[in-house]
Ligand binder design. Structure first.
Ligand code: NAD
Ligand code: ZN
Length: 341
């Protein structure tokens, strides 16, 4: 079968041939239809410090996918051959305290599909059946292919009550933009999103941000004056991982504001802790998606009319994967899909 793999310890991704994977008693074998390129795949492509420390070479990469179950292990229940599925890329242990308490997203022994074990950029993918998510017919393949990052957005955005609240989202990457759409859909008032990339801010506007702010050109505090926000933001969703963005969020939150942090900052990021203490801010870290509460919420949000389809800006045949990676690396894209079939 065809795969896209990190074959060499240097910049790039390569198309390779591999054996169709074996599957165990509790696994499903999925024929992959569509995959999407994640920021993580770009880190792996670029072979940055994180990738060098994390990814064993060679490794089939990718973890955002939709496909159809072609074979099931003999102990698997609840799935049938022919089921259309996406799936959770965090493989959890099942026996740690958090797993046993039903908090699988907090498992201490998590393995990543396409990071620690062979990924979804392949004609066939094997994952444990408990990680597969059966899709209702009214969810398109395109949407299902981006459930992983959409789930990051939903998990982060729905951390707090948003109805009537003024929300600041720092970072209009694909996840920040989808989070803006979710906030609007569930009834936030102002949904202000910041970035330094005008292409992405335009896309955020299209998906429902009420005000976009290019922080290289405009001052966030001036925008708050313009909007009549005298006190500060009620909810902050940090989706850039950029220290200056985190600092601006802490500085513009109202007293008692609530922050959810998804963006991955550099080690030892400095922040003004006095903002946290004297404003009584609440901060929650977000990793992945809740299994599988976030997945059910994603389906319900789409079925109740949330339209995030404009976030998919490009689709390529997998043979043209290089174009997909190039456009994703340029920053002039939302989500980029690779078609396998
Ligand atoms: P991305 O890199 O596409 O988006 C980050 C955005 O931040 C970019 O558009 C960038 O232009 C913008 N940015 C740069 N400087 C800025 C500034 N000063 N102010 C505001 N924005 C600025 O990433 P993504 O795929 O949308 O993911 C968002 C973040 O979440 C990334 O840091 C990613 O590593 C992280 N992430 C975390 C998890 C998790 O489980 N915690 C999962 C997926 C992604
Ligand atoms: Zn566990």
């Amino acid at each position: 079968m065809k795969t896209l793999s990190k074959s060499f310890a240097k910049e790039g991704i390569w198309m390779e041939q591999a054996e169709k994977p074996e599957f165990g008693h509790n696994d499903v074998l999925i024929r992959v239809r569509k995959t999407a390129i994640c920021g993580t795949d770009i880190h792996i492509y670029n072979w940055d410090d994180w990738a060098q420390q994390t990814i064993p070479v060679p490794m089939t990469v990718g973890h955002e996918f939709v496909g159809v179950i072609e074979e099931i292990g003999q102990e698997v229940q609840g799935f049938s051959i022919g089921d259309r599925v996406s799936g959770e890329g965090h493989i959890t242990c099942g026996y740690c305290r958090n797993c046993r308490a039903g908090r699988r997203h907090l498992c201490r022994n998590t393995y990543g599909v396409g990071v620690d074990r062979p990924g979804a950029f392949a004609e066939y993918l094997v994952i444990p059946a408990v990680n597969a998510f059966k899709l209702p017919n009214d969810i398109s393949d395109e949407m299902a292919a981006i459930f992983d990052p959409f789930g990051n957005a939903v998990h982060t955005a729905l951390s707090y009550d948003l109805v009537g609240e003024d929300v600041l989202i720092t970072g209009a990457g694909p996840i920040g933009i989808m989070a803006a759409a979710v906030c609007r859909h569930v009834g936030a008032r102002h949904v202000v999103i910041t970035d330094v990339n005008s292409y992405r801010l335009d896309l955020a506007k299209k998906l429902g941000a009420t005000r976009t702010v290019d922080v290289s050109k405009e001052n966030l505090k001036d925008v708050m004056d313009e909007l009549g926000m005298t006190e500060g933001f009620d909810v902050g969703l940090e989706m850039s991982g950029v220290p200056s963005a985190v600092q601006s969020m802490f500085a513009t939150m109202n007293n008692g504001g609530k922050i959810a942090m998804l963006g991955i900052p550099p080690a030892n990021m400095g922040v003004d802790w006095n903002q946290v203490i004297f404003k009584g801010l609440q901060i929650k870290g977000i990793y992945g998606r809740e299994m599988f509460e976030t997945w059910y919420k994603m389906v319900s949000l789409l079925q109740s009319g949330l339209d995030i389809s404009p976030i998919i800006t490009h689709q390529f045949d997998v043979d043209d994967f290089q174009q997909g990676f190039d456009v994703m690396r340029s920053g002039l894209s939302g989500k980029v899909i690779l078609n396998w079939k």
